[in-house]
Ligand binder design. Sequence first.
Ligand code: ZN
Ligand code: ZN
Length: 93
Amino acid sequence: MKKRCKDPTIDTVRGELDSFIKKFTNFFPIKQPVNEDRNSCAICMEKYDDKKCIECTLLCGHRSCFECLNKLPNKQCPMCQKAFTNDQIIKLF
Ligand SMILES: [Zn+2]
Ligand SMILES: [Zn+2]
């Protein structure tokens, strides 16, 4: 009975995976975000929290805090001008 202590396919797969990851990271270099604007409101620049600056998203996918969206005089997305109604403000908290 032959006893294999090591399965060569695992090394092959691992090697392929490594080169794939290397290729992948070259293709999409991981960049540090310029600023943390995914975590803060685009209008008032406040960081999102669960009380004062509640992160909300609109149907168009743009985000802003509930306060700012709620007090916009014209109910339009501040980023793409898409009209929205108050019940289309989706709270993320
Ligand atoms: Zn805001
Ligand atoms: Zn929008």
